[in-house]
Design a protein. Structure first.
Ligand SMILES: [Zn+2]
Length: 100
């Protein structure tokens, strides 16, 4: 099982359990967003950064500018926090359905 480091807490976790971030918009400035393929196998290639599915880790990563540094991006997407929370909700719903 491949391990990746959380950009927030610095812990190592199974890649599939983390949320993957990648860079969009090579031309109009490199912006960090959530990789829609998170959790799946490497659907999108390229450079990625990972954060635990946990708003605390997300907050820590934002404070350290860990995503923009790791991904050599200009900025994060303006709605990234909301996107992250939305992604967690979707994933939780999905997990619940699977366990029923
Ligand atoms: Zn973490």
């Amino acid at each position: 099982m491949p391990l990746r480091t959380c950009a927030g807490c610095g812990g190592k976790f199974a890649k599939a359990s983390l949320v993957r971030f990648t860079v969009f918009g090579e031309v109009s400035g490199r912006i960090v967003g959530i990789d829609p393929g998170s959790g799946d196998k490497d659907r999108s290639g390229g450079r990625g950064a990972y954060i635990c599915p946990n708003p605390v880790c997300f907050g820590k990563a934002m404070k350290k500018n860990a995503l923009t540094r790791r991904l050599r991006a200009a900025a994060v997407s303006p709605g990234l926090k909301q996107d992250f929370e939305h992604f967690l909700r979707l994933r939780n719903n999905h997990d619940k359905k699977e366990s029923l």
